[in-house]
Ligand binder design. Structure first.
Ligand SMILES: [Zn+2]
Length: 507
């Protein structure tokens, strides 16, 4: 039966079966550049599990952790114009790098703010925490001391699970240099479990240490635990019931292996339920911050409603790679699929097959309700013809839906994102009509709907021994001055048979 279920359902069921209420879902990301589609998974997937648990009447909190105590290691393409201002801060924690745009409290917060806005747009309910705040409050101190005390064992686990030998001066903690403020270039020289001595002299390629040597203690909270140990620590702090991660963490030698081993054999604690998900590809390629591969999400949310983006990401099997190809054609196909899913959602679950059932669940996780009923393509078509939103509302009989879709349609037009066939201008007679075209149009009756017009064209072609394809091309030429266009029945019905006849002089 479980193969009939959507992944969010069986993960929620596992949580209920194996963990104690109240449940905790955690997820964390380093906001070091613009949000991309992979970023969305980091909050949409956990939020889907939250929804399923809440649907079962369970108490659950989703903590979203912004890992902005991490080092600022490269200037993202989106901030290239600020390179000179930013470069001196390379190697510092992201929360200590100023935001060159002046909009946010720090560079890390700048991109975290973007994520927060997206979460609102996607209807995500999460408690957002900044890692730097948690460290400043001393939340990690207990674990830092634990790792320092068990340093040889911690190191052995990291080496064994990663398959990589660490340097002699490896330490569970990364001090923040009191002189230059960098975290990427420091190393611990000695410690007694609380007090430590460090040097800021590492060369990490993108930046070199300042040479400072100093002393500090854990209670100062001027450090961060190294990633592979930091990850299991936060799960203890939040008492995580379930947390997911991308495939890259789940490969052999990945940080998932370390996390599990540290939790079970070093901390001797219970392990949360881990789950893994596939890569989000952009036209077949992996996202790259530095190469700018992958349309920024803030771009995509202007082109299609958030429920569509959610639906694209949530519907597939969790471990499947999702390839996003944001062309007009693929987006339109998804919007059709989404509307079908909305219909399925209203049907009896038992009557649905495996695929239909998953569509229905993905729809329900993506939208509270269907915000539009008209076809997106029809709205686009009518607006292209009338350039009047009230008229479009009247023609579709879906005023609210049209209002909802309007900003997206306007964006499609502004960016010329339309499918080729929908790039047209009604210009009757710009190409001299053929006799066949004139005769066909003359034969149409006012009041014919799209299907009736469509059928009339086929019947006319058959009766007159014309290849339907040729007649269609002929009619497009006559009405639009080009060989292709939107569905002809729809186009003529939208224009109105009477109007077309008059314009063609056959009324
Ligand atoms: Zn330094």
């Amino acid at each position: 039966m479980s193969e009939h279920k959507h992944w969010s359902e069986w993960l929620a069921e596992r949580v209920i079966a194996e963990k104690l209420e109240p449940y905790v879902i955690t997820s964390g990301i380093t906001t070091s550049g613009p949000a991309h589609l992979g970023t969305l998974c980091e909050f949409l997937f956990p939020d889907s599990i939250r929804r399923q648990l809440e649907k079962s009447g369970k108490k659950v909190t989703f903590y979203f952790l912004a890992d902005i105590l991490d080092a600022f290691d490269s200037v993202p393409l989106a901030m290239e114009s600020f390179r000179e201002t930013l470069a001196p801060h390379l190697g510092k924690p992201l929360c200590d790098v100023p935001d060159p745009t002046g909009k946010a409290g720090s560079f890390g917060d700048h991109f975290l703010d973007e994520v927060k806005l997206l979460m609102i747009g996607f209807g995500v309910k999460a408690t957002i925490m900044r890692m730097n705040d948690l460290y400043s409050e001393g939340k990690f101190d207990e674990w830092a001391r634990f790792y320092l005390k068990n340093e040889p064992e911690a190191k052995r686990i990291v080496e064994e699970t990663s398959g990589k030998q660490e340097k002699k001066d490896w330490s569970p903690i990364m001090p923040i240099c009191a002189s230059c403020g960098r975290i990427a270039t420091t190393r611990v020289i000695s410690h007694d479990g609380e007090n430590y001595e460090y040097a800021c002299d590492k060369d990490v390629k993108y930046v070199k240490g300042c040479g400072f040597q100093g002393k500090a203690k854990i209670a100062d909270h001027r450090y961060k635990i190294t990633w592979r140990l930091h990850w299991p620590a936060w799960k203890q702090i939040f008492k995580t019931s379930i947390e997911g991660a991308g495939m890259d963490h789940h490969t052999k030698g990945g940080s998932e292996d370390t996390c599990k081993e540290v939790t079970l054999s070093l901390m001797k604690a219970d392990y949360h339920i881990p789950f893994k998900y596939g890569f989000i590809l952009f036209q077949g390629k992996k996202y790259s911050k530095s190469k700018g591969i992958g349309m920024g999400v803030s771009d995509l949310v202007r082109l299609v409603p958030p429920e569509i983006i959610k639906y694209i990401l949530i519907k597939p099997d969790l471990e499947e790679n999702v390839d996003i190809n944001p062309t007009a054609e693929s987006m339109l196909k998804t919007m059709d699929d989404f509307q079908k899913a909305a219909e399925l959602s209203g049907k009896d679950r038992e009557a649905l097959n495996r695929h239909e059932r998953k569509m229905a669940i993905a729809y329900e996780l993506s939208a509270e309700k269907l915000n539009w009923h008209a076809q997106f393509l029809d709205v686009l078509l009518y607006y292209q013809i009338y350039h009047d939103w009230e008229e479009v509302a009247k023609m579709t009989g879906d005023g609210e839906g049209v209002t909802y879709l309007r900003p997206y349609i306007e964006e499609w037009i502004a960016r010329d994102f339309m499918p080729d066939d929908y790039r047209f201008k009604y210009q009757p007679g710009v190409v001299k009509p053929s006799e066949a075209a004139k005769k066909l149009i003359a034969s149409l009756n006012p009041g014919m709907d799209a299907l009736a017009v469509h059928n009339a064209i086929f019947e006319f072609a058959k009766a007159n021994g014309i290849e339907p394809k040729a007649l269609f091309a002929d009619l497009y030429q006559t009405l639009l001055g080009k060989e292709r266009g939107p569905r002809l029945g729809k186009l003529i019905a939208a224009l109105g048979v009477t109007r077309v006849k008059k314009d063609m002089g056959v009324a």
